[in-house]
Design a protein around this ligand. Structure first.
Ligand code: GLP
Length: 241
């Protein structure tokens, strides 16, 4: 696991974007694994800038998102479908048919889960962007999830719902379930870039970097992956000094 400590959120975003820009320059038809949450927003802004400057194009890129809330409409501003379009896809030349986001609404969610998992089996993600939940979750794989888990429907923990409440009007509006890539799917990416920023993640960073590999802290599995870069800002890194 390669750890890069940077000054702040902006530096983290620039560093992560550099890695993605390099990837797209070397392989214009890359398959990207993408994430939502506050952490990647700045990275997406940098990628849009690079696109506008003519440095990169998304015309041959395919994307697979990590997760999606169950039961909220794609046009809901907090759906991950909406988030991805608002923060990245609407601003670059990606083709909509190359965008893959789990769909967890309507009837037969189990079938949709299976379809997404099969789609993941048919590709190899070149580079996966990841945030981390304060409880160590990756995508929506909450503590206790098997490292062998593939795409599934998860019941969100109270901690995760509280953490994500800031994006909704009240806790009652935060969905209780989500569809998520499993840890096994995530580990199959060729390379992984994780972003960690802010003082609220200082204990999370400590557990990730010093703790054991355990299913009770899902992100710890990343120590077993051969190509992981974790970009951490100084506030999040403060307990390590
Ligand atoms: C959500 C997402 C995760 C993300 C996490 C952290 O739970 N499902 O993919 O990593 O939030 O979000 P943030 O970056 O806002 O701290």
């Amino acid at each position: 696991m390669k750890v890069i400590v940077v000054k702040n959120y902006d530096e983290m975003s620039k560093k992560a974007a550099e890695i993605f820009i390099e990837q797209l320059k070397n392989k214009p038809n890359s398959i990207l694994g993408l994430a939502t949450g506050g952490s990647p927003v700045g990275t997406y802004k940098e990628l849009i800038k690079a696109y506008n400057d003519g440095q990169i194009s998304f015309k041959d890129v395919q994307t697979y998102n990590l997760d999606e809330y169950c039961g909220i409409d794609i046009n809901h501003p907090q759906s991950y479908y909406y988030f991805m379009h608002d923060n990245l896809f609407n601003h670059v030349d990606i083709k909509e048919e190359n965008v893959h986001i789990p769909s967890a609404r309507g009837e037969n969610i189990a079938k949709q889960c299976e379809d997404y998992n099969n789609a993941l089996h048919s590709v190899e993600i070149d580079i996966q962007l990841l945030g981390i939940g304060s409880n160590g979750h990756i995508a929506f794989n909450e503590p206790g999830t098997s490292f062998e888990q593939e795409t599934f429907i998860v019941e969100l923990t109270d901690k995760t719902r509280q953490d994500n409440k800031r994006f909704f009007n009240s806790i009652d509006e935060v969905p209780t379930h989500a569809m998520t890539m499993g840890i096994k799917n995530i580990m199959q990416a060729k390379s992984i870039v994780m972003l960690i920023s802010g003082a609220s993640k200082k204990e999370t960073v400590e557990k990730l970097l010093k703790g054991p590999i355990t299913e009770s802290f899902p992100a710890s599995i990343l120590h077993n992956h051969q190509d992981v870069t974790v970009i951490i800002d100084e506030e999040a890194y403060q307990n390590m000094k």
